[in-house]
Design a protein around this ligand. Structure first.
Ligand code: MG
Length: 481
């Protein structure tokens, strides 16, 4: 009797195993062939490297963002292409150095230029693979209707067309400098001068709604918070909650927002199907003092090409694909996001030349894989090549920078004045000297020669306004009459 039961049990177990195997195979082929991963890309505005719990912040609580680091990987040498809004966003969304696109600095509300409609954004790259696409938050790649995100592959747009401070009531800005701040839905202005303390909440609600409405197909959600760019606001639920004043409150509300987005993914059982990337467009705007964040151990902030301006906090999760609880110190740049995501989605790259490369083997944590880039190039102003990073080394070219020079930043939302120091040709070893204190130009002539040669190749392709060089690969921005 016992042996019969045992053999029936065995037969049942064998049948169960066959069923399980069949299901597993079907599941695998479904995952690989039918559903490319969802992508949630959260981009903060002027969030510093040191402003998150998982990056060492002591007075700001960010349990939800820290959770991404725990379930995924913390990238500690993650760069933006430039330390300023529009240029940084152009690079993120197209995989190109902003110079190549003719996008420089931060576009103003009255400017008639923006990202050229012929440039392909990540949304346009993903559309042919069946993705629903949305941008919620700050666009800042062209205000005219013809240049809004709905013309660049995004099915939905809800947010501000440019920076949060380009409004008439910003302290210290003369009245009438800017038109009223428009909140846009699709390509129509739905409100002039929205209550900015409600932006983070409203963006979050729209993002959660988009996930719910598109849970059954692949989607790309680009959630580009207007905060913590000055003037900063937190809703009443978060005001006064942190131990770092209003700035800390603002970051804790962004962390709540991240939690809501992650909850939506869990609710729709999409966590394992979704790559989540959280990062920032540039470092902290230090002149705003108590209304600005911090760059952790790094030198300077937004508007400079020192590490505090261009190195941003970054965490990514995709359970089963990105290693859990790791720190990855390999240099990466936002230009690599588009080609890497395109690979994961099985999408074709843009036909026009781009600069970013597929860095998935590095993101996935494949040990000592060779880096696909020989160097990253840091431009600023109207196309000046200011620095090049290659391996542990960073070489600066002569330019004027900005610094508080040890003086405190502003209070009450007003900026303190910057000094404008000259930076010379300077070499730093970022592994030994991440704070860029010790210029070792004289000691390493062979390194200087190698990085100078790499910079020269970049100038041929992308130009260098400082040296009046026009790059052979530079394209025109979008323009309207
Ligand atoms: Mg910014």
């Amino acid at each position: 009797m016992i042996s019969r039961l045992w053999s029936v049990g065995l037969r049942c177990r064998a049948a169960w195993a066959v069923l399980m195997l069949a299901g597993w195979c079907a599941g695998r082929s479904m995952a690989a062939e039918e559903r490319p991963p969802n992508v949630v890309l959260i981009y903060c505005d002027d969030l510093g490297w040191g402003d998150l719990g998982c990056f060492g912040a002591k007075k700001i609580r960010t349990p939800n963002i820290d959770g991404i680091a725990r379930r995924g990987t913390r990238f500690t040498s993650f760069y933006v292409a430039q330390a300023v809004c529009s240029a940084s966003r152009a690079a993120l969304l197209t995989g190109c150095y902003p110079n190549r696109l003719g996008i420089h600095g931060a576009l103003g509300p009255k400017q008639k230029i923006g990202l050229h409609p012929d440039e392909m954004t990540l949304a346009e790259v993903l559309k042919p693979r069946g993705y629903a696409t949305a941008i919620v938050g700050k666009w800042h790649l062209g205000r005219p209707k013809e240049l809004l995100p709905t013309r660049q592959g995004f099915d939905e747009y809800f947010g501000l067309p440019y920076s949060n401070d380009m409004w008439p009531n910003h302290p210290g800005v003369a009245k009438g400098t800017y038109p009223p701040l428009p909140l846009i839905d699709g390509d129509e202005v739905i409100e002039e001068m929205p209550d900015q303390s409600q932006l983070t909440r409203r963006y979050t609600e729209r993002a959660v709604s988009f996930i719910g409405r598109n849970a059954r197909k692949p989607f790309f959600l680009y959630l580009a918070h207007s905060m913590p760019h000055v003037p900063i606001f937190a809703s009443s639920r978060f005001a006064g909650r942190s131990r770092q004043g209003l700035y800390g409150d603002v970051i804790e509300e962004i962390d709540w927002s991240v939690g809501e987005v992650l909850n939506a993914l869990r609710k729709h059982r999409l966590e394992k199907d979704t790559l989540v990337i959280f990062t920032s467009d540039n470092g902290p705007w230090l002149s705003y003092g108590e209304h600005a964040g911090g760059a952790g151990p790094f030198r300077e902030g937004k508007g400079t090409s020192f590490e505090g301006g261009i190195r941003v906090p970054c965490v990514m999760q995709w359970p089963g694909h990105i290693p859990k609880g790791r720190t990855n110190d390999t240099p990466l740049m936002t230009i690599d996001v588009l080609p890497t995501v395109a690979r994961l989605a099985g999408a074709a790259l843009p036909t026009r030349k781009i600069d970013g490369l597929d860095v998935w083997p590095i993101v996935r944590g494949d040990g000592d894989v060779p880096h696909p880039h020989r160097a990253y190039f840091i431009y600023y102003n109207q196309g000046d090549l200011l620095a090049v990073r290659s391996g542990d080394w960073k070489l600066f070219f002569p330019h004027t920078s900005q610094t508080l020079g040890g003086k405190p930043g502003g209070t009450g939302g007003l900026p303190a004045p910057y000094q404008r120091p000259a930076v010379g040709t300077e070499l730093y070893n970022l592994r030994r000297d991440p704070a860029e204190r010790s210029n070792v130009l004289e000691q390493y002539p062979e390194v200087v020669a190698r990085l100078t040669g790499l910079a020269e190749e970049a100038r041929q392709e992308l130009g260098d306004q400082r040296l009046k060089r026009v790059g052979s690969g530079v394209r025109e921005p979008g323009r309207v009459e």
